[in-house]
Design a protein around this ligand. Structure first.
Ligand code: GLY
Length: 391
C-alpha cells in the first residue's frame, strides 16, 4: 500500500480507524493551545529580532542569538510562521513567513552540508503547500539538486558534514533522514526518479548501519569513502558513542515515519514502530526526555524539549499508520501536555520563543537548557497534526 502524501490528507482511512479505536477506549480529545497566546509570544520574538537574521536560540547572557541564512537552523523560523498562518488563518503570519522564506532563496545553491531539507523544505516547502505559489517550485527543485551532489553511490548515503573531527572520512548522521522528504517531493514534482532513488538508498543504508539491536541509533556512522564499509560509529552531540542521544532518536523516528508515508516501503514502518517502542519505554515520568537517554547524571541532567516536540509530532503521524495508533496518540498527547504545563514560556519570557529547555550540544556546552527555534517549529507542527486528527 502506498500511503498518501501529507498529513492532512491522511485522514482516511487509517486515521478514522485510529480515532474510532481511540474513542472506543474512552480517550479524551486534547484541547488545542490558545493561538492568541502563541501569537503574542511570536510577536515578541519578531520585535526582538529587528531584522538581525534568523532567530535560533538565546546566548548564555540571555540575548537573542540570530544566525545567517547558511546556518542549518535558518528555515525553522519561516516554517514556524507558516504554521502560525495555518493555525490561525491570519494573513499577518503569511506575510511575515513569506519575508523570511524569500530571504533564504540563495540557499538553494548551498552544497556545503546536508541540511537542505531543514533550511528549504521547512520554509519553501510549507510556503508551497499553503499557498500553491508555483514560483517556489524551481527553488525547491534546485535545493534538491544541490543536496544530491553530496550523494555517493559506493557508500549509498548523502554525506552529512565536510568537517572530519580528525578521523572521519565520510560522516553520516541520523539527523540526515530529515532531509529526504525534499527528495521524495522532488521526484514527485519533476518526474525524475533520481531524487527518490537516492533518498531510498540513503534510508536503507541508514537502517542497516545506524541502529543497534535495541533500536536505539548511533549519532554518526563514518564510512570508508573508497569501499563504502563502515569505519566507526561515534557521537558528536550525545553523551557517548554507545549512548542514545535524545534528539537523534527523535530524528530517526520522524525520518522513518515520513519515509514510509512517502514510499509505502513496509520496512520503514516496521523500523519506525521499533524505534517508537524503544523510546516510549525509556521516557521519564513527565514524558520529556533528558538530552541523552543515557546521560550519567539523570535525574539531574537537562531535558531536551526539542527532542520531545519532534517525538510528539512523529508519533501523531505514526498513529495514522499503525494498529498501535491509540497508544501513540495517547503518549504524544502526554508529551504535549507536559510541554505546555512545564516547559512553555510564560508570556514575554525567553524573548518570544514558545518553549524553553532544549539542548543544542551538551558536549560543546552549546545551547544547554535554552529555547531553540526548532523546538518551536516541531511543537507547532505537532499542534497542527493533533488538530487535524481531531477534526
Ligand atoms: N542536526 C543537528 C541537530 O539536531 O542538532
Amino acid at each position: 500500500m502506498k500511503p498518501m502524501k501529507s498529513l492532512p490528507l491522511l485522514l482516511f482511512p487509517a486515521l478514522l480507524l485510529a480515532l474510532s479505536c481511540s474513542s472506543q477506549r474512552g480517550e479524551r480529545t486534547r484541547e488545542a493551545p490558545d493561538p492568541d497566546r502563541l501569537a503574542a509570544q511570536l510577536d515578541v520574538l519578531e520585535t526582538e529580532l529587528q531584522a538581525a537574521g534568523f532567530p535560533r536560540s538565546l546566548t548564555a547572557e540571555g540575548e537573542l542569538h540570530a544566525v545567517p541564512a547558511g546556518d542549518w537552523t535558518s528555515g525553522f523560523y519561516a516554517g514556524t510562521l507558516w504554521y502560525m498562518y495555518e493555525y490561525t488563518g491570519d494573513e499577518k503570519w503569511k506575510e511575515r513567513a513569506l519575508r523570511y522564506t524569500l530571504d533564504l532563496e540563495e540557499e538553494q545553491y548551498n552544497t556545503g552540508d546536508h541540511d537542505m531539507g531543514f533550511r528549504m523544505y521547512c520554509s519553501y516547502g510549507n510556503a508551497l503547500r499553503l499557498t500553491g505559489e508555483e514560483a517556489h517550485i524551481p527553488v525547491l527543485l534546485q535545493s534538491a539538486r544541490s543536496l544530491i551532489t553530496r550523494y555517493d553511490s559506493t557508500v549509498g548515503c548523502i554525506r552529512s558534514w565536510d568537517f572530519t573531527r580528525g578521523t572521519w572520512q565520510y560522516p553520516v548522521i541520523i539527523d540526515n533522514m530529515m532531509n529526504l522528504e525534499l527528495l521524495f517531493w522532488a521526484s514527485e514534482q519533476s518526474g525524475d526518479p533520481r531524487f527518490r532513488d537516492i533518498a531510498l538508498h540513503h534510508a536503507r543504508t541508514t537502517l542497516a548501519n545506524h541502529f543497534r539491536p535495541d533500536y536505539s541509533s548511533v549519532h554518526v556512522v563514518d564510512y570508508d569513502s573508497l569501499t563504502g564499509a563502515v569505519r566507526q560509529k561515534n557521537t558528536h552531540q550525545g553523551y557517548a558513542d554507545g549512548s542514545a542521544w535524545a534528539r537523534g532518536q527523535s530524528w530517526g523516528l520522524y525520518g522513518y515515519t515520513m519515509a514510509y508515508r512517502c514510499t509505502g516501503e513496509e520496512a520503514f514502518l516496521v523500523q519506525a514502530e521499533h524505534i517508537a517502542g524503544y523510546l516510549l519505554g525509556r521516557l521519564p515520568e513527565d514524558e520529556v526526555p533528558y538530552w541523552d537517554y543515557d546521560a550519567p547524571g539523570i535525574p539531574d541532567e537537562p531535558r531536551d524539549v526539542s527532542a520531545a516536540a519532534i517525538l510528539a509530532s512523529a508519533l501523531y503521524e505514526l498513529s495514522t499508520f499503525s494498529e498501535n495508533g491509540p497508544t501513540y496518540l495517547r503518549r504524544a498527547d502526554g508529551i504535549m501536555e507536559s510541554l505546555e504545563r512545564t516547559y512553555a514560556s510564560a508570556p514575554g519570557e525567553n524573548r518570544g520563543f514558545l518553549l524553553g529547555h532544549s539542548v543544542g550540544s551538551k558536549p560543546e556546552n552549546g545551547e544547554v537548557d535554552m529555547p531553540i527555534v526548532y523546538a518551536d517549529y516541531y511543537y507547532l507542527e505537532a499542534i497542527l497534526r493533533r488538530k487535524n486528527l481531531s477534526e
